[in-house]
Design a protein around this ligand. Structure first.
Ligand code: ZN
Ligand code: ZN
Length: 428
């Protein structure tokens, strides 16, 4: 079936199936994508056939498009359709020449007589129900037209991925910006809905922010992934691109998470070290007792072990597996540490344990966690300087010389990074 060029639009059922890509079948859609031609440009001079293979299916969609429009916005199509070179460009040029001899204008040429250009693979999108609908939105924007619907985040992410595949990200970026698409999606998200977003939804939002340039989401959702522990797994190659965030985001976020965990763990080591040292920790002054320190050390070990933060291991022979990294929420972890009881060997020994001493340090760490995200401005201006993963690790960080309120935006980044990435930390 051929859709008349004058219709020049996507019919409603196709729209619905794109929107509900993950849901059940759209009603009344009997024609497979590949058999009809969607007129993106009624006067178009080329039939573009887009093929996309997934694990289970091969999708095909065909469009009447304007070659000059595609060439203008996509370096991929510019190269593909360049006349005078081998292959596609020259063949298309030949066919156009003969069409011009028989027709007054391209508008008169029926779809069936136009040159067909095939391209494969729209990139690492998720499995979309209708390839035609995804590509229609993409091609509409390439032709300077508005999309038929306002794409939800998943679709916008897929659109960005497809555009990037065809080297046409800029035109989608400026379209989304002009239409204030992301800002509108952002505004529609209530705080409650935002907190309830699944890992996949958060990743889609971050991908959209990275590819289409929306700084507020870069800051917010990069922090979310680090805090929630939604990082550091290997994605399958067939998984959508948001499971393997581009521009080294995936590695950077996983690294930041590891650094934070190491920092929290160093706090535990610090206190264990204090109470196993010769230095008296008991606060009773004149009457201070080594029994109090031993008692506190015992309770501390019991507490850390119970919360899963510590495991004791013999040193004669290594028989243990390395521990699985903590996978939960970092704020929850700090809260767990806050619950360390005020142990007392007897009623005279007040504040001899770690509770009084660890609380301000946990406050400090908690505040630092609010700044652990990727800063979109600095990331954009000088990535090498702001990627933790590319920096040499400082040898020693000292709490005494640390001030989170130090002057200057850049200084705060740097001070924070030194704390989280140091190979050794002095918490005294
Ligand atoms: Zn004491
Ligand atoms: Zn910054």
């Amino acid at each position: 079936m051929v859709v008349s060029p004058t219709t020049d639009a996507l019919n409603d059922s196709t729209k619905a199936s794109w929107i509900s890509a993950a849901e059940s079948t759209a009603s009344g859609e009997a024609v497979p994508d590949g058999e009809r031609i969607i007129a993106v440009a009624a006067h178009g001079d080329v039939i573009l056939q887009i093929e996309h293979e997934t694990n289970t299916t091969k999708h095909v969609a065909r469009f009447r498009i304007s070659a000059p429009a595609l060439k203008q916005h996509s370096r991929y199509f510019e190269r593909l359709l360049q006349a005078g070179r081998f292959g596609e460009g020259s063949r298309v040029e030949e066919q156009h020449k003969s069409l011009r001899e028989r027709y007054q204008s391209m508008a008169e040429v029926p779809d069936t007589e136009l040159p067909v250009v095939s391209v494969q693979d729209v990139g690492r999108t998720s499995t979309v129900k209708s390839l035609a609908a995804l590509c229609t939105d993409f091609l509409y924007i390439m032709h300077g037209k508005d999309t038929q619907t306002f794409p939800p985040v998943t679709n916008l992410a897929n659109l960005a991925i497809a555009a990037d595949r065809f080297d046409a990200l800029e035109v989608i970026k400026s379209y989304a910006k002009r239409k204030k698409m992301i800002r509108a999606l952002d505004g529609k998200t209530t705080p409650k809905a935002d907190n309830a977003l699944s890992e996949e939804k958060v990743r889609q939002r971050l991908l959209v922010a990275i590819m289409l340039d929306y700084p507020p989401w870069i800051e917010k959702y990069s922090a979310r992934l680090i805090i929630k522990g939604w990082v550091g797994r290997d994605a399958e190659l067939s998984a959508a691109l948001w499971w393997d965030l581009p521009q080294r985001f995936e590695d950077e976020l996983a690294y930041r998470r590891d650094c934070v965990l190491e920092t929290i763990q160093s706090l535990q080591s610090y206190f264990l070290g204090l109470y196993t040292s010769r230095e008296r920790q008991c606060k009773l002054g004149y009457d201070s007792s080594p029994q109090c320190d031993s008692f506190q050390l015992g309770e501390m070990i019991r507490f850390f072990t119970k919360t899963g933060m510590l495991q004791l291991q013999g040193a004669l022979l290594d028989t243990s597996e390395p521990p699985v990294p903590y996978a939960g929420d970092l704020f929850f972890l700090l809260d767990t540490l806050r619950q360390v009881p005020e142990y007392q060997i007897d009623r005279n020994h007040n504040h001899c344990g770690i509770r009084t001493r660890i609380t301000p340090l946990l406050d400090l760490l908690q505040e630092c966690l609010y700044y652990v995200s990727v800063c979109p401005d600095c990331w954009a201006s000088d990535r090498a300087k702001h990627a933790w993963i590319d920096q040499k690790r400082p040898l020693l960080w000292k709490k005494q010389s640390f001030n989170l309120r130090s002057q200057g935006h850049g200084n705060r980044h740097a001070d924070l990074r030194v704390m989280f990435t140091a190979t050794e930390r002095d918490w005294s």
